[in-house]
Design a protein around this ligand. Sequence first.
Ligand code: C2E
Ligand code: MG
Ligand code: MG
Ligand code: MG
Length: 291
Amino acid sequence: AAKDAGRDRWHLHTLDLDEAVQAEAEMRAMLEQALNDDRLTLHYQPIVSSTGEVMGVEALIRLQHSEKGLLPPAAFFSALDHPRLARPVGRFVLETALRQGAIWQEAGLSLRISVNISTRHLLDARFLDDLREAMAKYPDMPPNQLEIEITESAPLSDMAGAQLQLRICNQLGVHVALDDFGTGNASLTYLQQLHAQSIKIDQGFVRDVINDPKDLAIVAAVITASRMLGIKVIAEGVETAEHATLLTKMGCSHLQGYYFSRPLSPEAIPAWVTHFHPTPQSEDALPPMDV
Ligand code: C2E
Ligand code: MG
Ligand code: MG
Ligand code: MG
């Protein structure tokens, strides 16, 4: 009987595995199909400074599904890093974001656009060509208004390679941000090694800062060190006034989250920027750094 139970468990286990493999294959097929059918779009979420200016926007990918509507990356997350898809998706994102940035520039709206680039694409030998090609196509978009976000949660298989690529990005005038800081194993030395101009503190940390003194201590240390290194600190996932006030007091120069705005369609951005009337977060807010 014990043997039977064991066999059943094994049977169950392989079924789960099959299902996981199946789900991944479906995500991949869905993303690939959407790329081919032009059903990928970018939404943009404002990033504001603690002094109340709109610094820029983060481009966030969305997939238009025929039945399910507009899907967030969670619905196809693993596929974004697939060997066959990481580069085409990255090229789409760079091209679309720079085109949008150039349109806003021409309309007198100077916004920095942050794009998420998978480490697989970053480490691809053709990444810099892809970047230069997109930049050359939209000369109205100044290079220093583009920022590349590299997530810290994904282990970097080739640190030296990433360093080299990001250094060249800097030389092209493009900024680098270290995303999701606090979720992986990255140390503060990463900030310099990866030529980052900004660091984005992960929303998990931001959420817990209010209740957990240990998280508060970690975030405070990261902010202090970053400021000393001349690196801009952006808090992501800011959902309440309480969070915004506390993080600003702690020295975060920039904030992003639902408290200010959800990600918006590109058409909605100009009106949002025009109507954004910030309430000062804190009287003793530290001056924003111009990095
Ligand atoms: P991320 O780069 O850390 O982006 C921030 C995510 O947090 C976004 O989710 C955003 O909508 C969400 N967010 C913003 N403010 C709040 C808030 O106040 N509360 C909560 N709960 N969430 C907030 P989204 O758009 O679903 O994207 C998820 C992740 O997918 C991104 O995390 C990024 O890692 C990845 N991603 C998004 N766009 C792209 C892309 O174009 N290329 C690649 N490779 N990855 C992307
Ligand atoms: Mg990001
Ligand atoms: Mg993030
Ligand atoms: Mg995240």
